[in-house]
Design a protein around this ligand. Structure first.
Ligand SMILES: NC(=O)CC[C@H](N)C(=O)O
Length: 303
């Protein structure tokens, strides 16, 4: 495994040159486009890392998995899926288009920005900070790392420039799908700025692979929800590239525009990947290629 990961990092690293940093969040434009790292944690307790693994990066859209778990712990499924759908959108993650033309006001799924805003609005807590602490505590428990925290530079950078997310939140408010625009956006920008490493992503992927049990053996996510979010990861986790990723990698995965990907191979392993240069759909260009080859070499597809 170690030799394979070393080889895949060296082989795919230069693909970063063909990608683009997510500089619409200015702070993410500062990342090194040629960085590439991968960590694997297996159910047997083995750990392997190759490439730029000590580097910290932000969760961005990967946070959508964790807020969905919390929203479903706070409300029954019907209440959540009344407000956000279960179907792939086929559109980019930040698209506003179907929000107007397809079942107006109800986002198609929780893994696109509009749907994730709805999910964040459903997380219970007295203040935005209470709600954020609940998200952080779930992430820390799943990763079995109590040090995880917010990268405040990335948070402020997105907060200052998140025009399209603001537009979508106001649109959702008009339809009565979310209640408070400002607190929803505040929570959303902060959850996206939670800083992790490949190791944390691999641990969280493993926790989902073990139906919610973390590295310390604690059950931190209800079994049924671990199953449900992995299904969303397969159908919508790589945005409008989810179909192709399911064919060539065949593992539940969730990407973010920082270049992170969290993958979960049921009953086998968690995989964390980081490569900040993105393809045209907003997925890590080198990270996605590495994961596909890793899955094919080790025959990890769930199909
Ligand atoms: N795809 C992503 O990772 C998007 C998350 C980012 N914070 C945004 O809202 O634009």
């Amino acid at each position: 495994m170690q030799a394979l990961l070393d080889e895949l990092v060296e082989k795919h690293r230069e693909k970063g040159q063909d990608g683009k940093l997510a500089d619409y969040i200015p702070q993410l434009g500062e990342q090194n486009p040629l960085a590439l790292g991968v960590t694997v944690h297996t159910v047997e307790g083995e750990e392997f890392s190759a490439g730029d693994c000590p580097v910290a990066f932000t969760l961005q859209s990967i946070s959508k998995v964790f807020t969905l778990i919390l929203a479903l712990m706070d409300h029954d499924e019907e209440a959540v899926f009344d407000r956000v759908g279960m179907e792939p959108s086929g559109d980019p993650f930040n698209s506003i288009y179907k929000l107007e033309v397809d079942s107006p006001g109800k986002p198609l799924n929780p893994m696109i920005n509009a749907g994730a805003l709805v999910v964040s609005s459903l997380i219970r807590g007295r203040t935005v900070d209470d709600r954020l602490q609940r998200v952080l505590s779930l992430v820390r428990n799943m990763a079995d790392n109590q040090e995880i925290d917010i990268d405040s530079a990335v948070y402020h950078s997105e907060r200052a420039t998140g025009y399209r997310n603001r537009a979508m939140a106001h649109f959702l408010k008009e339809y009565g799908i979310i209640d408070d625009v400002e607190s929803t956006l505040e929570l959303y920008f902060q959850q996206c700025a939670i800083a992790v490493t490949c190791d944390d992503l691999a641990q969280m992927g493993l926790c989902l692979a073990r139906l919610g049990v973390n590295a310390s053996g604690e059950s931190v996510v209800p079994r049924e929800l671990a199953r449900l979010v992995k299904t969303f990861m397969i159908t919508t986790g790589m945005y409008n590239a989810s179909g192709e990723f399911a064919i060539y990698a065949g593992i539940p995965a969730k990407s973010g525009v920082s270049g992170g990907i969290m993958a979960s191979v049921p009953e086998k392993m968690g995989i964390g990947v980081f490569g900040p240069a993105l393809d045209e759909k907003g997925n890590s260009i080198a990270g996605g290629a590495l994961l596909k080859e890793l899955s094919q070499t080790l025959d990890l597809s769930i199909f």
